[in-house]
Design a protein around this ligand. Structure first.
Ligand code: NAI
Length: 334
């Protein structure tokens, strides 16, 4: 296998433990990935006064592929969140989050299999905020046709490539007629280029109700930044929480993969973390690298280990350590 250079940012808290699982799995699968490891996060900042180890951004720019552990942002002024820095520097316009019910993971639903595509660069998260006066703050919801069409095209291309049948746009265009109206108009224009894929739209509040009543009716959701952020976590909750929620941040030439969860300071350093989400994010990376067989082997090994229920971590009611769970997954890869 040809060597592939990729950046690994273990991050804070449980980040080191779960990154270790990725390195072991990568080696066993023979992916050929050479990890360039960079420190980042609150722990690094406490010792060094800055959030990112020098050279991190250049390394990502050179490699184009990165896997990131959770990073905490120190409270207080002077630090810009690493996630925001990475998103801006590498223009990762699409955030992709697949969620599905998994055998062995306790949850209220069955048959949920939804892919959420979130626009990652604009909307209220653009950060255009100011004080009109001492008692009135104003924030601007910026929506452009260019970014809206780009994210919708990304969603339909993903649907086409992955055999998905329907894409649903999420909006509140009945109230925000110009901003969400523009997003919706862009969606339907793009949808016309993909006649084989069903396209419909839903108002965000109605969507929330439908998701908690009958989530299996949705296939893919595409949303502006704020709605996408909120429904991504809602959907992770539908399938049993953060332990199994991977994500990918996708730009024109750079892709950054991560688990949706944070650094879990309450269990950090105790060998208790569930590494499934970051391993699944790594699986997404392998698929995008063209290593589909490895990606599928890894996904099956995780799902089978969890479904068997003998070696699972505490977050889903088991007693296994991170190390033991990783070893059980690896045993299925050999
Ligand atoms: P969190 O996701 O770290 O933890 C929430 C709860 O879920 C905790 O009880 C934790 O033990 C549990 N948990 C999370 N991941 C787990 C795993 N893999 N295995 C087992 N249990 C797990 O969220 P919280 O506490 O709000 O944030 C902690 C720190 O992480 C904060 O500094 C936050 O800013 C940061 N964070 C970073 C993210 C990123 O880098 N992408 C995303 C979310 C939070």
């Amino acid at each position: 296998m040809q060597a592939i250079q990729a950046v690994l940012i273990p991050g804070d808290g449980i980040g080191r433990e779960i990154s270790q699982s990725v390195k072991q799995v990568s080696q066993v699968l023979g992916t050929g990935i050479v990890w360039q490891e960079y420190a980042a996060g609150a722990e690094y900042a406490a010792a060094n006064g800055e959030l990112l180890q020098p050279g991190t951004l250049d390394a990502i720019a050179a490699c184009h592929w990165a896997l990131k552990g959770p990073t905490a942002t120190p409270i207080g002024k002077g630090f810009r969140s690493i996630n925001v820095q990475l998103r801006q520097r590498f223009a990762t316009y699409a955030n992709l989050r697949p969620v599905r019910t998994l055998a062995g993971v306790p949850c209220r639903f069955s048959g949920v299999d939804i892919v959420i595509v979130r626009e990652n660069t604009e909307d209220l998260y653009k950060g255009i905020e100011y004080m009109l006066n001492e008692n009135t703050a104003n924030g601007i919801k910026l929506i452009t046709r260019e970014a809206s069409e780009k994210i919708c095209r990304f969603a339909f291309d993903y649907a086409r490539k992955n055999g998905r049948k329907k894409v649903t746009a999420v909006h509140k265009a009945n109230i925000m007629k110009l901003t969400d109206g523009l997003f919706l108009d862009s969606f339907h224009k793009v949808a016309a280029d993909y006649p084989e894929i069903a396209a419909d739209d839903v108002i965000i509040d109605a969507l929330c109700m439908k998701l908690v009543q009958k989530p299996e009716q949705f296939d893919m959701l595409v949303a502006p930044n704020l709605y996408g952020d909120i429904i991504s976590d809602l959907c992770a909750g539908l399938v049993g929480g953060l332990g199994f929620a991977p994500s990918a941040n996708i730009g024109e030439d750079t892709r950054i993969y991560e688990a949706v969860h944070g650094s879990a300071p309450d269990i950090a350093g105790q060998d208790k973390a569930n590494p499934s989400a970051i391993l699944m994010a790594f699986g997404m990376m392998l698929r995008d690298l063209g290593q589909v067989e490895n990606a599928e082997k890894l996904q099956t090994a995780i799902l089978d280990t969890v479904a068997e229920g003998k070696t699972t971590t505490a977050d889903i009611g088991g007693t296994a350590t991170t190390t033991a769970f990783t070893e059980a997954v690896i045993a299925r890869l050999q």
